[in-house]
Design a protein around this ligand. Structure first.
Ligand code: G6P
Length: 591
């Protein structure tokens, strides 16, 4: 999992490569590097740590004709300068940046060792560089060398390649990792996604799996198995890809507070004032389905669980399964299933694996993603965008809300019930109220900032919200926490409750409210420190925070909003790197 960026032609490479990497560092940020060609020579700079560390050691340069850069999330080999990309071949004729994982790199490495190649890093990428060199020496043709190399590689890769004997071309190849080419009159670009290229180009080409080729400053060639390919042109909406932090201290805070506007935009895209704007084939497929299986990872999986409730309310059998589990146990429970795949990035490798299985079986899939042009969008039967705009912070916030609202709209479209629009509008207004009261949640966070363990408990929709709450607290605030259904603690975990144990709770479903309060009494009796977020109509004295009344089926939009703020402020009080928490990446393109 990494981000790559490259270009050729009349480009301010120093600025483009460094700023481009900063926009891609949601894909990993444990080391970074760049290489460029100037006056017939390649210069290489690599650094441990974030892109800013690379920027600090890279002298300002001008006059380069071609350049590549990389931000890394380590898969093979610990984060270090020697394992950072670009990696070069033994004779220094190939410099390569790579996003993906080469599964047979050990076999290839030992074969190359037999040929006399020496390896300086622990990366699978150095294997690709040397394999290219080995083939080039036999073929004397770079495109042939790439074709031969591709034939031997097993796994995923999006690579940008400098061939040091040829300053006129930038080479690339791709399989199962994203790669986009950007075109401009005076220069050509490539990157893992459109964001680094948006300031320079508005015309893009999706590189397909198995394709390779090369760019000059004014032209491009795409091949597959030695044959020229027609390019797959694609567009990107620059307005949805702005990377501007504005006056906010963190992207996470900005993105939390963009949520009401994102929901409004989502509704505008799927409802024209009188009717829903979904593909009728998709709605019919859902109507006919005897089983709806949600597949997703992380935050998207918790939005999926809300979707399961909605589908069951429609009378459908429905489950949500973590994509990495289903990928290796792809059960089918019905004759006519529909698979709903939720993914903010649209590039999550575990989910792509599931989609491959679904497609091989000829299944019907609906992709719900925030990323136009992503693999999951392109390869599913039906694809719907979330229009949440770029989400930069690693912790997903506004996308979660958009996913939940999208699923509510989808359910309503199947039922033909437009009352959902009124309900969503009331949720937007309620979210704005919570946003105004965020300092109250900040005060709660100040009181609990020292905790190292916590529980999140809830029933029904609140339990689903608690699952997302605990994930946020773990990833941003580094607090170990577990989510439990309110009734389940007494079946074991209550043994861990001691005086002062922190228990966060949400109550929004009236029918479950008194049972939940009874459960809290059981915890209180054992000394737990209960911090309760309740819906106004269900509020009682002593509750820590209350959010406005909205229809219960939309309540995760408010309870999760509160939990997002809670995690944000605990992390802020602990002075943690909120937008880029340790060990994580936003787009997880390895299984
Ligand atoms: C990673 C991110 C999570 C995200 C998950 C699923 O683990 O750190 O924040 O929820 O991937 O990502 P997706 O893009 O498929 O929604």
């Amino acid at each position: 999992m990494c981000g790559i960026v490259g270009g050729i032609g009349n480009i301010d490479f120093h600025n483009y490569l460094i700023e481009g990497l900063k926009k891609l560092d949601y894909r990993g940020y444990d080391s970074a590097g760049l290489a460029f060609m100037k006056g017939g020579k390649v210069e290489l700079h690599r650094a441990m740590g974030k892109v800013s560390d690379l920027e600090a050691i890279t002298p300002k340069f001008t006059g380069a004709s071609v350049g590549i850069a990389h931000t890394r999330w380590a898969t093979h080999g610990e984060p270090s300068e020697i394992n950072a990309h670009p990696q070069k071949s033994n004779e220094g004729i190939f410099y390569i940046v790579h996003n993906g994982v080469i599964e047979n790199f050990r076999e290839l490495k030992s074969a190359l060792r037999q040929e006399g190649y020496i390896f300086y890093s622990k990366t699978d990428t150095e294997v690709i560089a040397n394999l290219l060199e080995s083939h080039y020496k036999k073929e004397k043709d770079v495109l042939r060398a790439i074709e031969e190399t591709q034939a031997e590689l097993q796994g995923s890769y999006a690579c940008a390649i400098i061939f040091a004997l040829d300053p006129e071309h930038l080479y690339f190849m791709k399989n199962a990792s994203p790669l986009l080419i950007g075109l401009d009159g005076e220069a050509n670009y490539l990157a893992s996604d459109a964001v680094p290229m948006i300031p320079y180009c508005n015309k893009f080409i999706d590189v397909e799996d198995g394709e390779y080729g090369r760019l000059t400053a004014s032209d491009f060639e795409v091949y597959r198995d030695g044959k020229p390919q027609e390019p797959h042109y694609t567009e990107r909406n620059a307005a949805l890809l702005t990377h501007d932090l504005g006056d906010y201290p963190h992207y996470m805070l900005k993105e939390i507070e963009e949520t009401p506007a994102c929901i409004r935009r989502l509704v505008e895209n799927y409802f024209d004032g009188t009717s829903f704007l979904f593909d009728q084939g998709m709605i019919n497929a859902l109507k006919k389905a005897d089983y709806v299986l949600f597949l997703a990872c992380g935050t998207s999986s918790y939005a999926s669980e809300v979707g399961v409730r909605y589908m069951r309310e429609l009378g459908k059998n429905s489950d949500a399964v973590i994509a990495s589990e289903w990928a290796y146990d792809p059960f089918i429970k019905a004759r006519n299933p529909v698979y709903i795949l939720l993914s903010q990035s649209g590039e999550t490798a575990d989910l792509i694996h599931c989609l491959k299985i679904i497609n091989e079986r000829g299944g019907t899939s609906i992709a719900i993603t925030n990323s136009k042009g992503s693999t999951i969008e392109r390869k599913s039967t039906y694809a719907c965008l979330l229009y949440a705009g770029l989400e930069v912070a690693v912790a997903s916030t506004k996308s979660y809300a958009d996913q939940v609202v999208f699923l509510a709209l989808l359910k309503a479209a199947v039922e033909g019930d437009t009352d959902v629009i009124k309900d969503i509008r009331s949720a937007i207004a309620a979210q704005k109220t919570v946003i105004k009261q965020k300092e109250d949640i900040h005060e709660i966070a100040k009181k609990v900032k020292g905790i190292s363990d916590a529980f999140f408990v809830g029933r029904g929709f609140d339990f689903l919200a608690c699952k997302e709450g605990t994930l946020k607290l773990k990833e941003i605030a580094y607090v170990h926490s577990e989510a439990y259904p309110g009734g389940e603690l007494k079946h074991g975990p209550i043994a861990l409750i001691q005086p002062g144990t922190c228990v966060f709770c949400s109550i929004s479903e009236e029918r479950l409210s008194s049972q939940m309060r009874n459960n809290l009494e059981e915890l209180k009796a054992r000394g737990a420190n209960i911090i309760l977020f309740s819906r106004k109509a269900l509020q009682k004295k002593g509750d820590a925070f209350s959010y406005p009344d909205i229809p219960e089926y939309l309540s995760p939009l408010l309870s999760v909003l509160c939990f997002q703020y809670l995690s944000y402020y605990v992390a802020l009080e602990k002075d943690l790197p909120i937008d880029k928490p340790r060990n994580l990446a936003k787009s997880v393109t390895v299984e």
